[in-house]
Design a protein around this ligand. Structure first.
Ligand code: C2E
Ligand code: CA
Ligand code: CA
Length: 777
């Protein structure tokens, strides 16, 4: 027995020293504080066991040495329990424990130690008596206890009891998962105490509790520094794994499944043995992907679940130790369906028009760029919009407008092939990029007819426009292409028969010029850049009887600009009336001037545009001129084209009557160029017929034209109308017209339009020569 006890104590001592070494090496950072107290505790236990072992080995004849060994043993137990308490204080983290009178305890332990140290001389605490032979030639000692020794025991038991109390009270407080942490130490300490008491009570030969001191120290070190944190960690990780939103398959180094969770089962729809499924999964993965870690963020796998898409992100990760040896591996399965769907929704919102589901501006641009960069065939850009869409919204409500837009988007998508793309830019502005081969007018017409049917009703006939631009340069900015397609639309505005128009460079050039003209117009009018030119009108005798007022634009940048370049633009823009008012006023002012100079018989013919009737009260305007200037209305001739009158025949007739009443003569301009019908002559109360000479320039039908002209002149004569021919360029024309009975002439043959100064100068010159002729006669 003795031998085994000694060997056991030596083994325990070695084990404890090894234990301290291990603790030193595997230092876990956040356990550093506990480690210190644990190490102190172990060294104390070592000291206690060594002292007791030495005590047992001391020969019987060396009593003093035995007395010292026993003293040291008791001193060691003192400090062992002191350190046990200190350990419990730090381990249980009890607040009141922190206020423990450490110094007092230290002093008591010190006093007890000192008392024990002098005991071999004084024997005031106990005395050792031989009680028979021990093992290996040693003997057993019996302790004859005295009262001070009882105080030592009380001190030791009190501290031990306090440690138990700390552990117990802490244990009651903590959640179940932590109870084991305190419970195991509590149990062990209790065992030491009980065994110690039993040994004491039974007066056993040896104090067996010494063995438990050592094991207590080691158990504490194992539990505190290694087992409990690991168990806790495992349990916490286990809970996290189970409660996590991430599916998990974990494997050991041989690929055996060691951990799975419910989420993984659900995500991968595993039925039955999940361990086997996980192992099969790993094997399959390695076959397909090799044995490498998957990239950070995982690999996306899209699975079908109940008809819905499941976006799974799978990460495979291996765990290696410091030497690079495989420890294990795991799969993480993250269900990112919600995230992906949200992202897709955001992406959709950012790139689509939410009303129609077509792309929006920026997405369209990107897609067009992409398609064109890979294009192997010609493409065209379409721009569509609905006429008066704003009006539809205002008259029938936004709902009807929206319905139309959706219908249009649907039809557009039907035209679309894979390599085409469409977008709604804003309001009723749609644009599409389609391969040229897919663009067929009749096909598009059919689709648009469907949209027209969805129109607000019979009262409002829907009209839409499509501008087509055949892409020549694929590197051109997308919005330039779109602008070109839209510009093509500009050329059909107002034309109800036409709804598709193609971009042509010349047309657009012209449009650009027109835009420029319109942009300069206001300033030009304010700065009086427009000038009145006069083209003389000659009677049968060769006398100048008047002139036609023709506008010229003295443009600061472009020089003298002919009206053909800006009048049509001003007419389209509804601005012509402002220029005409200006010209009429100039003419009236000039007539007033001439009247003052004594040229009362000279007349000026001004042009009235068809559009003037829309924008102003023509009668009223001339009445105002009469009030403002002193001239005879007979001298201000009003030139109106027949087509202008025909646009709103009845109303315009009234205007003509009004003008007649004011005393003005009406000239029917450009007669013979438009839809002139001779029958119309009797309905229109004009005073003068102004024949256009384009007839006579048409040499192919020269003879027929002459017959027509002859009849027109005759008829005008019958109706009491004077006839003036304009555009007369040759002597032959003059002769012929004179023969036909034409009264007056205007044309380059006589003079080109000239400035007022020049016109007046010529008049004066002619009057002078005539006077000279008279004098010489
Ligand atoms: P229009 O009223 O028929 O004017 C006659 C045009 O024929 C003038 O062109 C004139 O220069 C031109 N012309 C005169 N004699 C001959 C000739 O022998 N041969 C040829 N080839 N042409 C001749 P212009 O001045 O360029 O005016 C063109 C048109 O512009 C005018 O046609 C008229 O419709 C319009 N216009 C001119 N001034 C005004 C204006 O103040 N108001 C309005 N509303 N229109 C105007
Ligand atoms: Ca004219
Ligand atoms: Ca004319």
């Amino acid at each position: 027995m003795f031998r085994w006890l000694i060997l056991l104590l030596i083994a325990l001592t070695i084990a404890m020293i090894v234990c301290v070494r291990i603790l030193d090496r595997n230092l876990v950072k956040n356990l550093a504080k506990n480690r210190k107290t644990v190490v102190h505790l172990i060294w104390n236990a070592v000291f206690t066991v060594v002292c007791y072992t030495v005590f047992l080995l001391i020969p019987p004849w060396y009593e003093r040495a035995a007395a010292f060994a026993s003293s040291f043993y008791y001193i060691a137990t003192d400090w062992l329990v002191v350190h046990l308490v200190l350990f419990c204080v730090s381990y249980t983290r009890r607040e009141y424990a922190a206020r423990l009178p450490r110094r007092l305890i230290g002093m008591l332990a010190g006093a007890d130690s000192a008392s024990l140290l002098i005991n071999p001389f004084t024997h005031h605490m106990y005395r050792l008596n031989l009680s028979g032979p021990g093992g290996w030639g040693t003997s057993c000692w019996k302790i004859q206890v005295k009262l001070p020794h009882v105080a030592h025991r009380v001190f030791v038991y009190a501290l031990a009891a306090y440690s138990l109390f700390l552990l117990f009270s802490r244990m009651l407080q903590v959640p179940d998962i932590y109870k084991r942490k305190y419970g195991s130490i509590l149990l062990h300490t209790l065992m030491v105490l009980v065994i110690n008491l039993i040994c004491l009570a039974l007066h056993t030969r040896y104090d067996y509790s010494v063995i438990l001191y050592a094991s207590l120290a080691m158990v504490i070190s194992y539990l505190v520094m290694y087992a409990t944190p690991r168990i806790l960690l495992e349990r916490i990780v286990g809970t996290v794994v189970e409660d996590s939103f991430i599916g998990l398959f974990a494997y050991d180094k041989d690929g055996h499944c060691v951990e799975t969770n419910q989420i993984a089962r659900e995500l991968l729809a595993v039925e039955g043995d999940i361990q086997a499924a996980a192992e099969a999964y790993l094997a399959r993965w390695k076959e397909e992907h090799g044995d490498e870690d998957s990239p950070a963020g995982g690999e996306e796998q899209v699975l079908e679940r109940d008809g819905k898409k499941l976006y799974l992100y799978i990460t495979y990760q291996k765990f290696l130790d410091a030497k690079g040896r495989l420890q294990g591996s795991c799969f993480r399965f993250e269900d990112r369906t919600q995230m992906v769907e949200k992202f897709q929704e955001e992406q959709y919102k950012a790139s689509h028009d939410l009303l129609t589901g077509l792309l929006n501006r920026s997405a369209f641009e990107q897609r067009v760029r992409q398609i064109l960069s890979e294009a192997t065939e010609p493409y065209c850009m379409l721009s569509t919009n609905i006429k008066d869409f704003k009006l539809i919204n205002e008259l029938y409500g936004a709902e009807v407008g929206d319905r139309l837009l959706i219908a249009q988007a649907q039809e557009i998508q039907k035209v679309a092939v894979e390599e085409s793309v469409s977008a709604r830019l804003y309001a009723d502005r749609f644009c599409s990029l389609i391969p040229r081969r897919c663009f067929q007018e009749d096909h598009i017409t059919e689709h648009m007819a469907v949209v027209v049917e969805q129109g607000p009703g019979k009262a409002f006939r829907l009209h839409y426009y499509i501008g087509v631009y055949d892409i020549v340069d694929v590197d051109e900015p997308v919005w330039t292409m779109y602008d070109k397609a839209s510009m093509a639309i500009e050329t059909i505005r107002g034309d109800y028969e036409k709804f598709i128009s193609y971009y042509r460079e010349e047309v657009m050039q012209h449009m650009m010029e027109e835009k420029e003209v319109l942009g300069d117009f206001d300033k030009a009018l304010a700065e009086r850049q427009f000038q009145m030119y006069l083209q003389p009108q000659i009677d049968r005798n060769g006398d100048t009887v008047g002139a036609e007022a023709l506008v010229r634009w003295a443009h600061p940048g472009k020089g003298m600009v002919n009206p053909a370049l800006f009048i049509p633009a001003l007419e389209r823009a509804g601005l012509i009336y402002r220029l005409d008012l200006y010209m009429w006023e100039n003419a009236a002012e000039r007539l007033q001037e001439w009247k003052r100079q004594g040229w009362e018989d000279l007349s000026i013919a001004v042009n009235i545009s068809a559009k003037d009737f829309f924008y102003i009260d023509v009668c009223q305007s001339f009445r105002r001129l009469m009030d403002k200037y002193d001239f005879c209305p007979k001298n201000l001739k009003l030139e109106i084209t027949e087509s202008a009158l025909m646009e709103n025949m009845r109303e315009n007739m009234k205007t003509l009557d009004g003008l007649h009443e004011l005393g003005f003569d009406i000239e029917l301009d450009d007669f013979g160029t438009g839809y002139s019908s001779l029958g119309m002559l009797k309905d229109v109360h004009a005073d003068i017929l102004k024949l256009d000479m384009v007839f006579l320039r048409d040499t192919q039908n020269a003879d027929r034209n002459k017959v027509i002209l002859k009849n027109i002149i005759a008829m005008a004569d019958d109706l009491g109308m004077a006839v003036i021919s304009e555009g007369v360029e040759t002597q032959a024309q003059v002769d012929f017209l004179r023969q036909m009975g034409c009264d007056m002439f205007q044309g380059f043959y006589f003079a080109k339009p000239m400035s007022v100064e020049e016109f007046e100068k010529n008049l004066r010159q002619r009057a002078l020569t005539r006077r000279e002729n008279c004098v010489s006669l």
